[in-house]
Each structure stands twice: as structure tokens, then as C-alpha cells.
Design a protein around this ligand. Structure first.
Ligand SMILES: Nc1ncnc2c1ncn2[C@@H]1O[C@H](COP(=O)(O)OP(=O)(O)OP(=O)(O)O)[C@@H](O)[C@H]1O
Length: 829
């Protein structure tokens, strides 16, 4: 694990100390006023009792002082103990005391700990780490994945996802038990059984353009077909046309191989590795191998029964099944889809990477396609993953992007990686409305807004929309699902009829109160890659994250303490010491031949920095032509090696050449923005030793609100295993470096001029940039706020999304309880 959290804790500890001093200062005042009141009341007993009273009072005061001190240290101790207990979850319920866990004799051979509160800790140095990781990521939600130990938690949703990709309740319990160093608590097993009991019992299959409800259990099917709301939609099989009708004449029968599933492969892999590990342990007596489900590699067949249903009633039946506590899993038998095939294949030169293949294997199992979400880090190749899915299904595909720039990028990537005819790729945005071929399958790439908005459309737009809504789509690819509000999804799903939906994102989403519904609108999480593993394998650059501490100058700090909120922002961004640090780092990296992006959300600061340092800059008002010119020079020449950019650069800029990010001002505590910006330099840089490195510097003014925001912003990345190192003595380095001459703010006069300029500036200059809305861009209402500090802003929610509140499960649950999906309404969490 990184040492960075210690440094952050130091910072927190200092703050705690400062606050804790306050009661000490107020105590004597309280004491003296009490003394005065008492003296007034006891007017007659003057001289006689004075000495005694004074003596008593002195004693009282001493006692009070010492008791206040002991109160203080008690409360500090309490805070410390609570923090420790919190870490180990002991505060929530007594039985979650990890000390009582029973270690297995051969625990050293096993890679995980399973605790009674359903948390799982994985040792990444275990010889069977890779297999255990694959299993855990399939059944649990990752909370934190630093270098040596990962933490996961079992949730209703994660278990739902596990069943969706084909794992059975028995497999989940058995493999967990096998991998665990400690005995699996009964309560954990019961939780898994309760949560997975009914998932996956019923499947909805679209085969040869007809819908079927399928199950292994005749009893379950009978319950459904006799239900008052379903029975009218049931189709009786015609024995003349179907040779596979069961003797009762009500169901179709199909044999399914149990060895044909991912779950089988996964269980086999994990079993083989745990058995190998156990053989090494001298005293292992674990007799539970013989009853392993589907063991010995023998080919077992399961009988699957199904009945047909009327296509128009599918939505109603899905809803009814949820009410009956028998949610349907959707699978798409694309090989038997009668719709016209799309002539698309990956080029022979295209090779997908192992993690891309792994994620797709969760989508395609049992010769069918499952809907769901694939989570891969920024720069890991989500586009090619989506394109490979489309090339596998080979049917009409609709791609939804967050803006028009991404639409263009998707089109280029389809052309780059596949042999599909260009005439079959159609773009549909507010400015580009290409014609959809009237016959045959095609790929249409559009934006969420183009499909979901209710405004009046042009005649051309209306015509394309009609074609989209009338067509039966093989697959709907949803890019960057983490930024799209659930209402938009709802609308899109109403308009587009697709057999299968694949969401792509860099993080599991939690968007407003509607997150839960997204799992049902799109599907469960199918796969989530680990950032550090991809970095170690060279698929991502090794990013060194550094927080640069810049002390405020005395004049700036004096002003900071007394001025209003907006001006305070300007003061900590324009802090002369930060300015000098920026110039130094910029010159240092330019001299090494690096390409640098400097992010500043505040336009006043962006312009001041860029003009003073004579570098190119881009913000909302910069014309498209100028942007293209600057990007081109940055990519292909040495004329521009540094670009100053506002938050317009957070998404949809593709500058793989960039190796360094300097962040001088940002959107409060937004973890999303921090991760997105880091994502700009995650593309692998080179193969040589040390060549795959990139640098992410966050410049913060010491003892200002920026410090707080900064530690909050880093949380998501820290949970992905990134360590933020602190550079606390940059001013010393600037002074000692003979090669790099920092020119800005050399004397007091320049500092005071800037201070006067900030004081004279309009208050609105402190506000962050309000970007003009692109009609194609997905933006929630909240992101159009006036830039004032809000709780949503602190959490990153103002951009219409926030990362899941990892580590704050109780809050997540609270939110969930009010807007719980019907599927989970009865679950007692
Ligand atoms: N299998 C592969 N082989 C070679 N290059 C690949 C492969 N997969 C992805 N890439 C390259 O990696 C880069 C990043 O891919 P892509 O833009 O799809 O990432 P992303 O995950 O969508 O990132 P972001 O979230 O930043 O948009 C691209 O240049 C792409 O061509």
C-alpha cells in the first residue's frame, strides 16, 4: 500500500489538533464570569469567608482545568479509537469483530479473508491472485485496490451480476469457502443464498425473432404461465413445427451443456489452483472436493424448458416477473437472429488484449450475448472492446456517445480496427446527419442527446429518428455510461429496440438517486479491470502522482483570511509561489522533451498564467479552428509543447503524446474530474525502461481550502492504488536549481501588483468556467449551477455524476432504501 495516506493523515491530525485547542482558550473566560456572578450573590459574607472561598475557587478552577484537559484527551482518544474501530468496521455491530475469525490451518496457502460484514480482503502476492481476482470481481464490488491488499464487499447488486454471468449460488459459496483463510461465517453464506436464490431462475430469450421464457424448473414456469397477468400472452407450441415439445405439450425442451459456461471454466480454474496450493500444505484435510459441482471435467447436460410469449407483452411480463420476485435474465441468441447480417470483422492486424478478451468473455457465454456494463480504466481501450462486441454479434449496431467529438472518434476507430464498409457507418449529430442505408444492416453513431431530447427536430432529423425507432437493433453500445443521467437512458431505451445493451465506463457509476435503475436499464456489471494490473503489464502508462505544496505569500494569505469566497479561490490559484512552481515544473519537463497539459478551471487564472508564461491556451470561447490548430501543433511539432486548458479538456481530447499534467485549479473536490484528467496521460508511452512514465502534478496552496479539496479529489485514485507523493520543498528546489531560471514574481512589487489586480477584479472572476453547452453534449441540470460551492460540487456530483461512495456503504444504503428497485425491496440489508 502507498505511504501517501500517512501524509494525508498528518495533515488531518494537524487540523484536529488546532480545533481541539479551542475549548482550552474559552475555559478561563467561563470560569471568571462564574466567579463574578457568585461574588455578586454572596454580598454579606465578605472578609470572613473570602479566604476560604478563594481557596475553594482556586481548587475548583484547577479541577476544572485538569478535568477539561482530561475531557479533551478523552475525546481525542475517543476520536482515535472510533477511527480505528471504523477502519475495522467494529463500530457498526459487535459481531463484526474480526478478532473472532477462525483461521484455517493452511491459511497461508489461501489468498482471501472473508469477514462477517461481507468484506473480502485479497492478497495480491498470492500465487493464485489472478484467478482469485477474476472470481472476486465477478461476485463482489471492489472498494479499494492498492498494491498489496484489495478490499471488496458483497452486495445484492454484485451477486445479481455474478448470477447474470452464469455463476450459481453453490459455486459462489464453494469457491469463496475454498479461497478463504478463515471459516466462512454462516451469516455470509445465508446472505449469498438469500440474495441469489431467485436470480437467474428465469431467462428471457429472443430466438429467431421470437421471445421465450426459459427455466430449468417446470414448477417456476407453471407458476408464471398460470399468473393472471401472464397467461394471456403465452403461446402454445405447435408440435408440427417443433420436434422438441415435452410430453405435456406445454413446453419446448432444450439440452444445455454445463461445461459450456464461463462459470464452469472459472470454477475449474480456481479449483485447479486451490488444489495445487493445498497440495503444498502439509496438514490440509479438506474433504470437500469430491462434491464439486460439475467436477471431473465430465460433460453434464441440463434440460431447459421454455414457453413462447407474445412480443408486444414482453415489457409487461418483465415487470410482472419482478413483482413475483422472479426477475428475468436477458440473453440474446444472436447466431440465430433472422435480421440481416452486418458484414464486419476485425482486421487480421487487430489483436485484442487479454483483459479486453476477458471482459468480452463475460458478455458472450453459452453462445449468447448478455447485456451489462464493462468497466475499464481511461485509455485501456473501451472503444475496441465495444467494436469487438459489435463484430461478434454482426447485426445492426447503435453507438451512443456523450458528444459529437466522440462520435467522430468512434467512426474512425471502426474504420481503423474493422473491415466494415464505410458506407455502412452513419453519423447522426446536431450538425452531421448522414443518410442511413435503407436496406441491410448498418452502424449508426450518435449522441445521447440526439436520441433523448424532446425538442422539435428538423425534417431530416425526424426521418432518421423514425428509421432508428422502427429498426430492430442487434446491439446498443453505450459509451461513458457514468456521465449519463438515468432519465436519459430511460428515454433512449424507450426509443431504441435493441436485443442487447453494452455499457462502457471507467468507473462504476452512482448518479443522483437513480443509480439502482441503471443496472436494470442496461444490465449488471460484467467485468471490471484493475488499474494497477494493467499498468504493470504495460497497457497503461506508469503515472507518478505528486501533490506540490506551495506556501501562500504573507500578503496573499492575509487577504485570503478576510475576503469573500470567490476572491479566496482567486487568491489560492494565483498564489505567486504556485505560479513560480508551475513555471519551474513546466520548464523542467519541457527541457526533458515532455508534452505538457496545464489544467485550470478558473479562466482569470488560465489567461494570466498562459499570457505571462507565453504558452498556448484553450477554453470554452476558443474557436474550433484555433483548437484544432493548437492540438495539431502540439501533436506533430515542437512549436507547442505545453497547452493551458480549461475544463473543456476534461473529456474528449485525444492527445496521446501528453506525458505531464499540471493542475493549477480544479473543480473543488471532484474525484471524477481528477480521474478523467489523469486518464489523459494513461496511454502507454513507450516500451523502454522508464519510458512508460507519466507525471500528474497537483499544485495546491498550503493552509487553504484547496488542501481539503485536493485530498478529497484524490480518493478515487488512491482506491485504485495510486500513491500521491508530496513535494513540500519546491521553493527550495527552485532556488537551488542553477539550470532553470524562474522569471515570474521575482520581487515583492510584482506580487503586490497582482494582489491589487485580484482585489480590484470583479467577484465573478473567482467563479469557475461556465462552458457553453454543445447541443450534443450530455450535461445534467446541476452542472449548469453558478459555480458557487455546493455539497454536490464537493462530491463531484455537479457534473451530473459522482463516483460511487466507496467506503461509505451506510450512506449508499440509506440512499438506496428510498429509491430501491422492486427487485431488492424485500431484501433486508
Ligand atoms: N488491443 C489494442 N491494441 C492496440 N491498441 C489498442 C488496443 N486497445 C486500445 N488501443 C489503443 O489505446 C488507446 C486508448 O483507447 P480508447 O480511446 O478506446 O480508450 P478508452 O478506454 O476509451 O479511453 P478514454 O476513457 O480516455 O476515452 C487508443 O489509442 C487505442 O487505439
Amino acid at each position: 500500500m502507498s505511504d501517501q495516506p500517512d501524509e494525508n493523515n498528518d495533515l488531518l491530525n494537524n487540523n484536529t489538533d488546532t480545533t481541539a485547542q479551542e475549548p482550552n482558550n474559552t475555559q478561563p473566560e467561563e470560569g471568571s464570569s462564574k466567579k463574578k456572578r457568585k461574588r455578586d450573590r454572596s454580598g454579606e459574607e465578605k472578609d470572613k469567608k473570602k479566604k476560604k472561598r478563594d481557596k475553594d475557587r482556586t481548587g475548583d478552577k484547577k479541577k476544572k482545568k485538569s478535568s477539561s484537559k482530561s475531557d479533551m484527551s478523552d475525546s481525542l482518544k475517543r476520536i482515535a479509537t472510533d477511527a480505528v474501530k471504523d477502519i475495522f468496521n467494529q463500530n457498526k455491530e459487535k459481531q463484526f469483530d474480526y478478532v473472532n475469525l477462525i483461521l484455517k490451518a493452511d491459511h497461508a496457502m489461501r489468498p482471501i479473508w472473508v469477514t462477517p460484514d461481507k468484506h473480502i480482503f485479497l492478497e495480491t502476492f498470492s500465487p493464485i491472485y489472478a484467478q482469485a481476482y477474476d472470481f472476486l470481481v465477478a461476485i463482489a464490488e471492489p472498494l479499494s485496490r492498492p498494491e498489496n491488499i484489495h478490499e471488496y464487499v458483497l452486495t445484492d447488486y454484485s451477486l445479481y451480476a455474478a448470477v447474470s454471468i452464469g455463476l450459481s449460488t453453490e459455486q459462489i459459496v464453494k469457491v469463496l469457502e475454498k479461497l478463504s483463510k478463515v471459516e466462512l461465517e454462516k451469516s455470509v453464506e445465508t446472505y449469498i443464498r438469500d440474495a441469489t436464490g431467485n436470480y437467474g431462475k428465469v431467462k428471457l430469450i429472443l430466438q429467431k425473432n421470437e421471445f421465450f421464457v426459459e427455466s430449468q424448473s417446470i414448477k417456476v414456469l407453471e407458476q408464471l404461465m398460470n399468473d393472471s397477468e401472464i397467461k394471456g400472452a403465452v403461446k402454445v407450441p405447435d408440435p408440427v413445427q417443433n420436434s422438441n415439445v415435452d410430453p405435456s405439450g406445454r413446453f419446448l425442451v432444450r439440452m444445455q451443456s454445463t461445461t459450456d459456461t464461463d462459470s464452469y471454466r472459472l470454477a475449474q480454474e480456481v479449483k485447479a489452483l486451490t488444489v495445487a496450493a493445498e497440495k503444498n500444505a502439509s496438514n490440509v484435510q479438506d474433504g470437500d472436493d469430491e462434491d464439486e459441482e460439475n467436477g471431473d471435467g465430465q460433460e453434464d447436460k441440463i434440460k431447459m424448458y421454455s414457453f413462447g410469449i407474445v412480443a408486444e407483452k414482453v415489457g409487461k411480463i418483465k415487470e410482472r416477473c419482478i413483482k413475483l420476485d422472479l426477475p428475468v435474465l436477458e440473453e440474446y441468441d444472436f447466431r440465430n437472429d433472422k435480421n440481416t447480417k452486418l458484414d464486419i470483422d476485425l482486421r487480421p492486424t487487430t489483436t485484442i488484449r487479454s483483459y479486453q478478451e476477458r471482459s468480452l468473455s463475460k458478455m458472450f457465454g453459452n453462445a449468447r450475448a448478455r447485456s451489462g456494463i464493462i468497466v475499464l480504466p481511461c485509455g485501456a481501450g473501451k472503444t475496441l472492446t465495444g467494436i469487438t462486441a459489435a463484430s461478434t454479434i454482426k447485426r445492426s449496431t447503435l453507438v451512443l456517445c456523450i458528444n459529437a467529438v466522440s462520435v467522430e472518434q468512434w467512426k474512425n476507430q471502426f474504420k481503423l480496427w474493422t473491415n466494415v464498409d464505410e458506407s455502412r457507418i452513419v453519423c447522426f449529430t446536431s450538425t452531421v446527419k448522414e443518410k442511413l442505408p435503407l436496406t441491410g444492416a448498418s452502424i449508426i453513431i450518435t449522441t445521447y442527446n440526439m436520441i433523448s431530447h424532446n425538442r422539435k427536430r428538423s425534417i431530416e432529423g425526424q426521418r432518421i429518428m423514425q428509421q432508428i425507432s422502427e429498426r430492430e437493433w442487434g446491439m446498443m453500445l453505450l459509451d461513458e455510461v457514468h456521465v449519463v443521467p438515468a432519465e436519459t437512458f430511460r428515454r433512449v431505451i424507450e426509443v431504441v429496440k435493441a436485443h442487447c445493451k453494452l455499457g462502457l465506463t471507467a468507473t462504476l457509476l452512482r448518479e443522483d438517486n437513480l443509480t439502482d435503475d441503471l443496472y436494470f436499464l442496461i444490465g449488471p456489471k460484467l467485468y471490471e479491470a484493475n488499474w494497477l494490473d494493467l499498468q504493470k503489464k504495460g497497457h497503461l502508462a506508469t503515472v507518478h502522482c505528486v501533490e506540490v505544496w506551495c506556501p501562500m505569500t504573507p500578503e496573499f494569505y492575509r487577504e485570503y483570511l478576510t475576503t469573500n469566497h470567490n476572491k479566496r479561490q482567486l487568491l489560492y490559484v494565483m498564489n505567486p509561489n504556485k505560479f513560480r512552481a508551475c513555471e519551474y515544473l513546466l520548464k523542467y519537463h519541457e527541457a526533458r522533451g515532455d508534452k505538457i497539459i496545464v489544467f485550470a478551471d478558473n479562466i482569470f487564472a488560465l489567461e494570466e498564467y498562459a499570457r505571462e508564461l507565453k504558452r498556448a491556451f484553450i477554453f470554452g470561447d476558443t474557436s474550433q479552428a484555433e483548437r484544432i490548430e493548437i492540438f495539431k501543433k502540439f501533436r506533430t511539432t515542437t512549436q507547442i509543447n505545453t497547452i493551458f486548458i480549461s475544463k473543456v479538456g476534461d473529456t474528449a481530447i485525444d492527445l496521446p503524446e501528453a506525458t505531464v499534467i499540471l493542475q493549477i485549479s480544479s473543480h473543488f473536490g471532484s474525484r471524477r474530474q481528477e480521474a478523467q484528467r489523469l486518464g489523459r496521460i494513461l496511454r502507454p508511452k513507450g516500451q523502454g525502461k522508464g519510458q512508460n512514465s507519466a507525471y500528474f502534478y497537483s499544485l495546491v496552496s498550503l493552509d487553504t481550502a484547496e488542501m481539503f479539496f485536493s485530498s478529497r479529489r484524490q480518493q478515487f485514485l488512491i482506491n485504485q492504488g495510486y500513491a500521491f507523493r508530496v513535494l513540500a520543498n519546491i521553493d527550495e528546489q527552485i532556488r537551488n536549481d542553477k539550470d532553470i531560471i524562474v522569471e515570474s514574481f521575482k520581487g515583492k512589487a510584482q506580487e503586490l501588483t497582482m494582489l491589487a489586480k485580484i482585489k480590484a477584479a470583479d467577484d465573478t472572476k473567482g467563479v469557475l468556467e461556465k462552458v457553453k453547452q454543445d447541443p450534443d453534449e450530455v450535461v445534467s441540470q446541476k452542472s449548469r449551477s453558478n459555480g458557487a460551492l455546493t455539497l454536490g460540487g464537493l462530491s463531484g456530483g455537479e457534473s451530473g455524476l459522482m463516483y460511487q461512495e466507496y467506503g461509505n456503504a451506510s450512506r449508499a444504503k440509506k440512499g438506496a432504501s428510498t429509491s430501491k428497485h422492486p427487485l431488492f425491496k424485500n431484501r433486508n440489508k
